[in-house]
Design a protein around this ligand. Structure first.
Ligand code: ADP
Ligand code: MG
Length: 661
């Protein structure tokens, strides 16, 4: 049923909800409150300034509105609580004025200051709450008020809607789950905490069951579907390996061997190459791309940023210099004419290896014969983006590279549909990065250290959270830092800045000057977070470190320590943030991710939030891990018994996720 069927659900509202993927009344009902307010009006008023109190009062004066500045107003009036006359004020509720007539009973939520006899409200319910009530609170979007959403939900529940229950009947019965409709009723209009709990368990299980079903179905599909069976000369591959300026680690060699087997077998490769930052995943992927080319097919590598794409492109040009391969770059910012030329070469098969960004996904990219698709930093892309690229080939093999330090157990559950290769050790001779958390007042000491490093010919990264001075003045921005560092080193060393808003040409120039070692100190935003590889860099300084999650900090730090020189990382923060010390303790991404999980839960750890892969409505992988495991078991049995063939819903789901060609 369309949303426009709801009262006062105009075009603006429709547009706003469409942005978050809600276009039907049924979908709206799965837009859940993110918290609840428990309101129980009190019959006494306490003189505790810090206590949030809920009281029912009667309006004694007209409400006065004063507009303080743009988007900021205050509403004041007098109201009577039992025999006591109070002065009430609240910010940004000018719109309530028409509902606040003298004599009306309302509910105030806020704090009472006895000295001034003021009640400073942070919320007002214009219809007084007479009995204890639980109010759902929704994430508010652009001017849509909570009460409005509540009304729509109520109306939606009264419609003859058809809600799909995605829990198969057998499991509904097994766990005595309440019916779906009842669960929705409980979540949107709970009468007790018990009701909320009952509803949540059931909806979380439902979400996770569906998620696991899809993953397991994909896995099953991969196993059965035929891939390309290639022939290539293994000796040629190993000649290439032997031509490298370093010898590969055992884990790298194993990963290559596993990948080569996938290529040779008729099973379709669906492999995740997991390895901590700096463990050397790129070279493994390059060798597999080479083998794929030898077997007569094109290889493509998709990466999340242009900086990284460009860097990979140049290093592969060098790598394959003596092996007569044609490598090309494809990124969004290229000139139309350049792009056209590259696209043509891709389509006619003149190109063997393409490195690119999201630009590769565009409809006008046609491969001559795509055999292997590599996605670097795979967690940055959504499932659909990855599949989209994969679909440009005919049964092409797929390799994902990821340094996302996901605790192993979770990784196995989430990436359950893939085979995994792990690079556990870093290349020989790498030293642990020495990491220290410092206050800004200790900057002088750090500058001395910076000077020492630069004098030894080494290079430094400085990361600032902002490009320009923002509204929060305590944050450092790149321009300000450039001034500071320039002042400190009197132009003795070349200092440069890099951020996402610069033109591509500027970015390229800055990066290449840093790669060549001309620029000694690079001040950047987190655009350098992923992949960037400059071996001579030995120090990473991160300002406002408290702003970043551990996973991001670990990735950023991974820009140094890329050869056998001792490297350092300074995390600068004026706040005492416990989690930062985890990085002092360890260089091990997996250890850090376990800690992060303990400290913060699912959070931004996966770094996949933006890709939408794992954005659940209610479930939280850490909190609900037990439910996840049970759902996995159940979904597997559902798949094995083939019961899903009787379910209209799961059949349609499969149609959507079936991406074999
Ligand atoms: P990541 O796994 O983070 O993507 P990279 O692939 O960028 O790491 O590798 C980090 C650096 O280590 C690169 O400069 C790469 O050339 C180098 N490298 C990779 N493997 C080895 C090895 N076996 N011995 C020495 N250096 C290596
Ligand atoms: Mg990498």
């Amino acid at each position: 049923m369309e949303l426009s069927k709801l009262t006062n659900f105009g075009e603006t509202a429709q547009k706003i909800f469409k942005e978050i993927g809600i276009i039907t009344v049924e979908q709206l009902l799965e837009y859940f409150p993110y918290r609840y307010e428990f309101l129980n009006p009190s019959s006494i008023l306490l003189s505790d300034e810090k206590l949030v109190q809920v009281i029912n009062v009667t309006m004694e004066s007209e409400a006065q509105v004063s507009y303080i500045r743009r988007n900021f107003n205050s509403l004041r009036f007098k109201a009577r609580f039992q025999n006591q006359l109070l002065k009430v004020s609240i910010f940004n509720r000018a719109f309530l004025k028409p509902n606040l007539k003298i004599g009306k009973e309302i509910t105030l939520i806020g704090k009472y200051q006895e000295k001034t006899n003021q009640f400073i409200a942070n919320d007002i319910k214009v219809n007084a709450i007479q009995i204890p009530k639980i109010i759902p609170v929704y994430h508010l979007m652009k001017g849509i008020k909570n009460v409005k959403i509540e009304k729509w939900m109520k109306e939606a529940m009264s419609f003859p809607i058809s809600i799909v229950d995605r829990i198969p009947l057998a499991f509904q019965e097994l766990y005595h789950f309440i019916p779906k409709l009842e669960a929705l009723q409980y979540l949107h209009f709970p009468k007790s905490v018990e009701e909320i709990k009952k509803a949540k368990v059931r909806l979380i299980y439902e979400e996770l069951f569906e998620f696991m079903f899809q993953i397991l179905f994909l896995k099953q599909l991969e196993t059965f579907s035929n891939g390309l069976k290639r022939k290539f000369n293994k000796k040629q591959v190993y000649d290439f390996v032997n031509s490298l300026p370093f010898s590969l680690t055992d884990d790298q060699l194993t990963a290559i061997e596993e990948g080569l087997l996938d290529l040779e077998s008729e099973k379709r490769m669906n492999r995740l190459l997991l390895g901590d930052v700096g463990s050397g995943k790129t070279i493994v992927a390059s060798i597999l791309m080479y083998a794929n080319v030898l077997s007569g097919y094109q290889s493509v590598m998709m990466v999340p940023t242009e900086i990284l794409a460009t860097q990979h492109y140049y290093s592969m040009l060098k790598l394959f210099d003596h092996f007569s391969l044609h490598v090309e770059l494809l990124v969004g910012s290229m000139k139309q004419s350049e792009k056209k030329k590259v696209l043509e070469k891709i389509e006619t098969g003149q190109v063997n290896i393409v490195i690119g960004t999201h630009a590769l996904l565009s409809d006008n990219v046609h491969f001559f014969n795509l055999g292997l698709v590599v996605t670097d930093e795979q967690h940055r892309f959504g499932v659909n983006q990855r599949k989209n690229l994969q679909n440009k080939g005919f049964r092409s093999d797929v390799l994902y590279l990821s340094a996302t330090p996901i605790p192993r157990t979770y990784a196995l559950t989430i990436y359950g549909d893939m085979d995994t290769s792990m690079i556990k050790t870093k290349p020989m001779g790498r030293k642990e990065i020495i990491t220290k958390v410092k206050k800004e007042s200790e900057l002088k000491e750090i500058l001395n250290h910076v000077y020492e490093e630069m004098k030894d010919g080494h290079q430094i990264y400085v990361v600032a959270p902002l490009i320009e001075e923002g509204e929060m003045d305590e944050l450092k921005d790149v321009n300000l830092l450039k001034e500071k560092f320039t002042l400190a080193f009197h132009d003795k060393f070349k200092i440069d800045i890099l951020h996402g808003k610069m033109k591509t040409k500027e970015k390229d120039d800055v990066m290449s000057s840093f790669e060549k070692g001309e620029t000694k100190l690079l001040i950047s935003t987190t655009v350098i977070e992923v992949g960037v590889d400059v071996k001579n860099a030995t120090m990473m300084i991160i300002f406002n470190a408290e702003r970043f999650g551990l996973a991001t900090l670990h990735q950023l730090r991974g820009r140094v320590g890329r050869n056998d020189l001792q490297s350092y990382c300074y995390l600068i923060s004026n706040q005492d943030v416990e989690r930062l010390h985890v990085l002092e303790e360890s260089n091990d991404g997996f250890y850090i991710s376990e800690k992060d999980f303990e400290l913060r839960g699912q959070g931004d750890l996966f770094g996949v939030q933006q890709s939408g892969d794992m954005s659940f409505h209610l479930a939280d992988l850490k909190r609900d891990y037990k439910i996840l495991l049970q759902a996995k078991k159940d979904a597997l049995s559902y798949l094995e018994t083939k019961d899903y063939l009787n379910s209209e819903y799961y059949l349609s789901l499969i149609e959507k996720i079936d991406f074999t060609n």
